[in-house]
Each structure stands twice: as C-alpha cells, then as structure tokens.
Write a protein that binds this ligand. Sequence first.
Ligand SMILES: Cc1cc2nc3c(=O)[nH]c(=O)nc-3n(C[C@H](O)[C@H](O)[C@H](O)COP(=O)(O)OP(=O)(O)OC[C@H]3O[C@@H](n4cnc5c(N)ncnc54)[C@H](O)[C@@H]3O)c2cc1C
Length: 433
Amino acid sequence: MTGTNVFADDLKLTPYWWDDVPRPALPQTPPPAKADVVVIGSGYTGLAAALQTARGGRHTVVLDAQDAGFGCSTRNGGQISTSVKHGYAALARRFGAQPAFRLVREGQNSLAWVGAFVKDEGIDCDFRISGRFHAAHNPARYEALAQALASQPKGLETAAHMVPRAEQSSELGSDIYYGGIVHEQHASVHPARFHQGMLDRAVQAGVGIIPHCAATAIDRDGVGFRVACAGGSIAARNVVVATNGYTGPLIPWLRRRVIPIGSYIIATEQIPPATMARLMPRGRVVSDTRKVVYYYRPSPDNRRILFGGRVSYKETDPRRSGPPLHAEMARIFPDIRDVRISHSWAGFVAYTFDEMMHLGNRDGLFYAMGYCGSGVGMAGYLGTRIGQQVLGLPEGATGFDNLPFESRPYYWGNPWFLAPSVAWYRWIDRSGH
Ligand SMILES: Cc1cc2nc3c(=O)[nH]c(=O)nc-3n(C[C@H](O)[C@H](O)[C@H](O)COP(=O)(O)OP(=O)(O)OC[C@H]3O[C@@H](n4cnc5c(N)ncnc54)[C@H](O)[C@@H]3O)c2cc1C
C-alpha cells in the first residue's frame, strides 16, 4: 500500500484518544473581574498548577484559547519516561556534579510522580508500568546503551536490562534493530483520560476553566497583573504561563526561548490479536536511538498500534504525514503493511536551546515549559511544583530552578533553522553514529 491508499475510508484527522474522551463541553462563562491566580493554558502543566493553587485556598481561573486540553496533553503517545534528555555525565560537564545529580533525580521524580498522582487521585486512565524497549538502530548504539547501563552513576541507578539482537523477538516482532535496552519502570497511559482526570479534580477543587478565551496581553497592575482576554480582563495577584509548544506572542521573552516543533502520529485500524502478540509481545512502549526518533506502542485495548515521529523537514498536515509514518511502520513491521490508518494527527511540542525543561518566575510571572517532546510525566510534575512556588511552599523547589533559560540571536519564535537541523540529524542517523 502506498500514498493515500493507506488511509481508512473513514479516516479521522483528530486524535484517536478523542473518540473515547471528546473535548469537554464546558460552560462558556465570562471571565471574572478578578482572581488570585490566572493560569494560561489548560494542559497538564496548567491544570496541575491550578490544582495546587486552588487546594491552597487561592481563587484560580484557567484560560485556554481553544477547548480545554486542546494542546499536546490530549494528542500525545502516552509514553512516560524520565524525560530529561541528557545523561548525568553531560549534565555534570555543564552544570557541575551536584546540580547534575539533582537534574537526573528530577527526571526520576517526574516518572514516580505520575504513578503516585494517578493512584492518590483515583484517576482511571489505563496507567500501566509497561516498561520501554529502547531499540538500537545500529551496533554502535547498542554498545553505547550497554556501556551507559554498566556505568550508571552511584545513587541514580534505574532498573534496566539489555536485550541482544538474538533475543529481540521476545520484545518486538521486528528484525530491523540491533537489540536494545528495557527501561523497566517506564509507563504508558491513555493521555486524554489522564487529562480528563486532572480536569475533573481541578473543577472539584473549585478551579474555573474558561475555554475559547485566549489571553491577549498581560500588564502589571499595582502589586499584581491585568490579564486581557477574549470577553474581558482579569485582575490577578499571580499569573502562571503554561502554553508550551503553543506559546505565541503573549510574552516575547518566553517566545524567544521555546521552539515549537510539530510531532506527528497515526493510529492503525484494528490488528488481529495473534499479530499483536507477535509484534509487541510484552505490550511495552517503544522508541529507538535515532536522533529523529520514532516512538510507538499498542493502544490500551491492545488492538492497534499508535506510531509517531517526525517525517518532514517543514511543518505539514496530517494527511501528508500519515503516509510516510505508515511507510516507516511497515518497514519495522512488514506483517502489517496492509493495515490502514484510522487516525492521523499532530501537535506542537516545545524544544529549548539546551534541550532542558524550564520553570521559573520572571518579574513575578510564573512559567513552566520546554519539555522537548517528553512532557507526559514532566509537565504535570513541574506544573505541580510551579503551583507550589506560587503558594510560596518550600516543596515547590526543584533542580531546574535558576537554570539559565537561553535564547539565540535572530530567533523571535519562527524556527527557520528547523529544516536544516532535521536534515543534519537524519544524516547522523544514516551515518552509523
Ligand atoms: C503527537 C505528540 C506525541 C507526543 N508523545 C509524547 C509521549 O509519548 N510522551 C511524552 O512524554 N510526551 C509526548 N508528547 C509531548 C507532551 O504531550 C507535552 O510535552 C505535554 O502535553 C505538554 O503539556 P502542557 O500542558 O505544557 O502543554 P499543552 O498540553 O500543549 O497545552 C498548552 C495549552 O496552551 C493553550 N494556549 C496557548 N496560548 C494561549 C493563550 N494566549 N491563551 C490561552 N491559552 C493558550 C493552548 O491552546 C494549549 O491548550 C507528545 C506530543 C505530541 C504533539
């Protein structure tokens, strides 16, 4: 199958997850004249922050330019990792031994946070400690993974084991990889159910959620702020900006620091159970060692594969991204080359120049963002911490506090360097590094 033949007749260009959890029909209330805290953005970051401030007794309002959860938080692959991309050694060279230790530990904390949050709040979202098979795309990468596992820094060890190529079929029904590593604690979740659970808890805590209400300006007003938004303006003591890959011109300082990048994903039509058992026998989430990474997993009911990655140099639309994603999936799993795509969609993640997430407080404006494509655990975790920082609580302190949040000359929010960067990384992926 090639071209648009890969699409099912009833193809949907909305996230697979929305079939099960449609965007919520919230009342379109007018913005209040004042609030203690205004949160901008209703994804995991914004809702987790709002939950903290509302439970801390602050009248909290969350604004979203679109439906609640319109951004990445209901579009993602639902794979939960430790999120921090750089290893301890690279971080130690950059920031010193102790800060590096803390940053790696924060990644582990974010993973642990999701499991504890889902359990404590009783959220029904198919959360499962599935483990991750991280596949080596060449022999050098396999060796590098094995070496990193053998030399885990003391005090930061995680449960993982190598799977050589000869045993790979116990993890994955594919011959294209050179073995890989299993991260035993990585997890999977139904991302929209997870988001809906957070939304329900926030509403129960008294948070006012106002969809279709874009914040258009934030000005200082006495000791607080005035947030102009669709249909009015709100006087607020504190403001939390939680717009991640959807960060627009609202705060130019932040826009210069996050790089919005499209991430593209498909869901297949149903696959026979025997084939699923052969392709993904342990039901793990999967990623590979390429710089331009592909990530995939079974659906929570184990009937489909969700397959994501970056397939174009420039941003494109899900009708165009679907066929090349399908082609890559068919290269990995030739058995399902004739299974068609039922859903194809995309969303904007936020990269940063140092590939680290950032949170902080600039002139009284709080923010948390820049998860570099790995925010399912980290966004809720840092949202929680930034909410605690608004409340002035000591538990809000993180290893990310005071990390320099860099921009680059000639970058104003339009990533003109994206296409050459993707081309460069593709070249590295092909060159055997
Ligand atoms: C296809 C895809 C697959 C992914 N897969 C994974 C994965 O498997 N694992 C993983 O860890 N991460 C994954 N991610 C990334 C992850 O989903 C994000 O890091 C995370 O959801 C970010 O959450 P957030 O709340 O910060 O931002 P978002 O959920 O993107 O929310 C930002 C919100 O801000 C709103 N907004 C913007 N401007 C304004 C304004 N002026 N006024 C009001 N509202 C505004 C937007 O409408 C949006 O709803 C994926 C992302 C995509 C797109």
